[in-house]
Design a protein around this ligand. Structure first.
Ligand SMILES: *Cc1c(COP(=O)(O)O)cnc(C)c1O
Length: 380
C-alpha cells in the first residue's frame, strides 16, 4: 500500500492529538476509558464478520462466533436467563438491542401498546416509529423513575390491548431505575394477561446485576428481554452491546439464508466480529470479582463527586446506588470543555471506570474559578 503524503500525515497527527486531548476531559458520558486491548491488536488485521445468527455456523468462517457465544453465556448467567430458553447476540449498541427487543415484542403482540417513561432514551421513540407500534408516554417523578399510578391509569384505559413496557435500568440523564415488581403489580391489578417487559439496561445493567442492586430487573424478576451497551461499563474502543431474549419468542423470526449459510435473525446483516473479542477479553481478564470491584470503585467515586460539589455549595445529587451525579448545568465553556450532556437545566458526570480523581479535581477547580461569574449556572 502507498504511504500517506506529508500533508495527510500531518492531518492525521493533528486529529490524533485532538482525540487524546478530548479523552482527558471526558467525564460527561457513560463510557469506560480504562481498557487496554493491545493483546488483541493483531486481530485488527483480519476482516472478522459474525454475519447472521451467532449460534449457527456460517459459510463465512472468518468470524468470532465461538467467542461471541461465550460472551452471551456470561451475560445470560449474570442476568439469570431461563436455562435452555435464551438467545441473543452482540449488537452495535444498546439502541440496536432495544430495537431488536421491541421487534420481538411486536411479533408476539402486533396489537400491543408500548408504555415508556418520559425519561427514556431518545432512540426508543424512533424505534417505536420504525416498527409502527402504538405507544404511550408515562410520567416520571423528579428523580426520573416511572410513575406507576400514571402507568396503571393508562393501561386501564386500553385494557383490551397487550401491554409492552419498556423499563429503564438507569435512565440516560439521572440513572433512575424502573421497578419491575411495581410494574408487574400493575399488570396483576389490571388483570392484563398479555404483557411483555423489555429492560433498557444499556447504562446500568451490567454493574447492577453484578452487585445485585435493587430493584432487581433480570429474567428472574420478569424481564422478557434485556439490552445493554458493551462500550459503557465494560469498555470497548468500538461501540457495541448485547441483547438477550427468551428463545421461544425469537424462534418466530429469522429465516435460513443460503448465501450466508446461516440464519438471518439479527437486525443488521454483517456484524462486527471484533467487538465480541473486546467484551470477551474484559470479562475473562477481570472476572466477576474484578468487574464487581470496578463497580464498587465507581460508586465510591460518585460519592466523592457529590461531596466535592456540596462542599462548594452546589446542590448535586444522585439516585440510590447510581454512578451518575446530577447538578445544575454550568456555563457553555465548561460544558464544552468537559463534554457535559445537558437537559432541562441539568448536567451530569458519570463515574465510569477510568473517571479519575485527578480529572474530577481539575474539573472542580475550573468550576470554582468560573462558577463565581453571575448567571453561570443555568438553574439558580
Ligand atoms: C446509552 C443508552 C442507550 C443507547 O445505547 P447505545 O449503546 O448508545 O446505542 C439507550 N438507553 C440508555 C438508558 C442509555 O444510557
Amino acid at each position: 500500500m502507498n504511504t500517506l503524503t506529508v500533508a495527510h500525515h500531518r492531518r492525521l497527527e493533528d486529529y490524533m492529538a485532538k482525540a487524546f486531548e478530548r479523552a482527558k476531559h471526558f467525564i460527561g458520558y457513560p463510557i469506560a476509558t480504562d481498557f487496554d486491548y493491545s493483546e488483541l491488536y493483531p486481530l485488527l488485521s483480519l476482516p472478522l464478520n459474525n454475519v447472521g445468527d451467532p449460534f449457527v455456523e456460517s459459510t463465512y468462517d472468518l468470524n468470532s462466533r465461538s467467542i461471541e457465544v461465550e460472551v452471551l453465556q456470561f451475560f445470560a448467567s449474570i442476568f439469570r436467563a431461563p436455562e435452555n430458553n435464551w438467545w441473543g447476540y452482540v449488537t452495535n449498541g444498546g439502541s440496536e438491542g432495544n430495537l431488536y427487543s421491541l421487534y420481538i415484542a411486536r411479533e408476539l403482540y402486533p396489537e400491543g401498546i408500548v408504555y415508556y417513561s418520559e425519561a427514556t432514551h431518545y432512540s426508543v421513540q424512533k424505534n417505536i416509529q420504525l416498527l409502527g407500534l402504538r405507544s404511550i408516554v408515562i410520567r416520571t417523578n423528579d428523580q426520573g423513575e416511572m410513575d406507576y399510578d400514571d402507568l396503571e391509569q393508562m393501561i386501564q384505559l386500553h385494557r383490551e390491548k397487550p401491554v409492552i413496557v419498556l423499563a429503564n435500568i438507569g435512565t440516560t440523564m439521572t440513572e433512575a431505575k424502573d421497578d419491575l415488581g411495581a410494574i408487574r403489580k400493575v399488570f396483576k391489578r389490571s388483570a392484563i394477561r398479555n404483557h411483555y417487559i423489555h429492560c433498557d439496561a444499556a447504562l446500568a445493567g451490567v454493574y447492577s446485576a453484578l452487585l445485585e442492586l435493587e430493584p432487581g430487573f433480570d429474567f428472574s424478576f420478569g424481564a422478557d428481554s434485556i439490552a445493554i451497551s458493551g462500550h459503557k461499563f465494560i469498555g470497548s474502543p468500538i461501540p457495541c452491546g448485547v441483547v438477550l431474549v427468551k428463545k421461544n419468542y425469537k424462534d418466530r423470526i429469522g429465516k435460513a439464508v443460503s448465501y450466508i449459510g446461516t440464519l438471518d435473525t439479527t437486525i443488521s446483516g454483517s456484524r462486527n466480529g471484533h467487538s465480541p473479542l473486546f467484551l470477551w477479553y474484559a470479562i475473562k481478564r477481570l472476572g466477576v470479582e474484578g468487574l464487581r470491584q470496578r463497580a464498587v470503585d465507581c460508586l465510591a467515586m460518585a460519592a466523592y463527586v457529590v461531596e466535592r460539589f456540596q462542599s462548594i455549595g452546589i446542590p448535586a445529587w444522585r439516585n440510590p446506588s447510581a454512578i451518575t451525579v446530577v447538578f445544575p448545568a454550568p456555563g457553555p465553556l465548561i460544558r464544552q470543555k468537559w463534554q457535559l450532556a445537558t437537559e432541562g437545566g441539568w448536567s451530569h458526570i458519570i463515574c465510569m471506570p477510568g473517571c479519575s480523581k485527578t480529572s474530577i479535581d481539575e474539573f472542580m477547580e475550573s468550576l470554582q474559578r468560573e462558577g463565581a461569574l453571575p448567571n453561570f449556572f443555568l438553574k439558580e
